[in-house]
Design a protein around this ligand. Structure first.
Ligand code: ADP
Ligand code: ZN
Length: 210
């Protein structure tokens, strides 16, 4: 099954992606993670993307479309995949269509702007393994230290409060129209992304089993 996860930054796409992958044994493809890895290893693409990312802007379509095209051609995507963070614009969705990639389901995780701002500004990530924490809702056992690997927890530059509002604006302007795009194709499933995590997960799994 080929699945897209839609939703604002911080809606919990990564968490739900991991659950779906576990259930269906298919990989998650996160353009954000691919770009951050490229940045870390200092590739040209990574360096080009950095300024956009740090400012909360979208990386140009042709760059992310190139990334996705390469990634989806890999062997592990043969039996399906979950896209987390792609497409984020109508042209990106059209690019998937013109690559001949069939999307089965699009799960939109709905979270209010107010909740998003709180989640992102409190988010901390492990420098080493990318595990995610929240200063209030999901603190590590030892402050500043990853429970899983002991790595240092840092705040992503684009999670700084002044950037979070820009990312939300970009989401509403450029990504939210994708809901209509996929609704017309009869592929859209809405999941309420606030409240008990178990309830959210049940809704996601119900959508993939529907
Ligand atoms: P979040 O969902 O928390 O915003 P991501 O890790 O998905 O974080 O993305 C972080 C940044 O990476 C985005 O703000 C953007 O600059 C860039 N990016 C990731 N995916 C895309 C995409 N499909 N199109 C354009 N830019 C992207
Ligand atoms: Zn870690």
């Amino acid at each position: 099954m080929n699945i897209i996860l839609l939703g604002a930054p911080g809606a919990g796409k990564g968490t739900q992606a991991a659950i779906i992958c576990d259930r269906l044994h298919i990989p998650t493809i996160s353009t954000g993670n691919i770009i951050r890895a490229a940045l870390k290893s200092g590739t040209e693409m990574g360096l080009k993307a950095k300024s956009y990312m740090d400012e909360g802007k979208l990386v140009p379509d042709e760059v992310v479309i190139g990334i996705i095209k390469e990634r989806l051609a890999e062997d592990d995507c043969k039996n399906g995949f979950v896209l987390d963070g792609f497409p984020r614009t109508i042209p990106q969705a059209e690019a998937l269509d013109s690559m001949g990639i069939q999307i089965d389901k699009v799960i939109d995780i709905e979270v209010s702007d107010e909740e998003i701002v709180g989640r992102l500004s409190g988010r901390r990530v492990c420098e080493s393994c990318s595990d995610t924490y929240h200063v209030a809702h999901h603190p590590p056992q030892e402050e500043g230290k990853c429970d899983k690997c002991g790595g240092t927890l840092v705040q992503r530059k684009d999670d700084h409060p002044e950037t979070v509002n820009d990312r939300l604006r970009v989401y509403h302007e450029q990504t939210e129209p994708l809901k209509g795009y996929y609704e017309k194709q009869g592929k859209l499933f809405e999941v309420k992304g606030e409240g008990d995590i178990g309830d959210i997960t049940r809704l996601t799994l119900a959508a993939i089993e529907a």
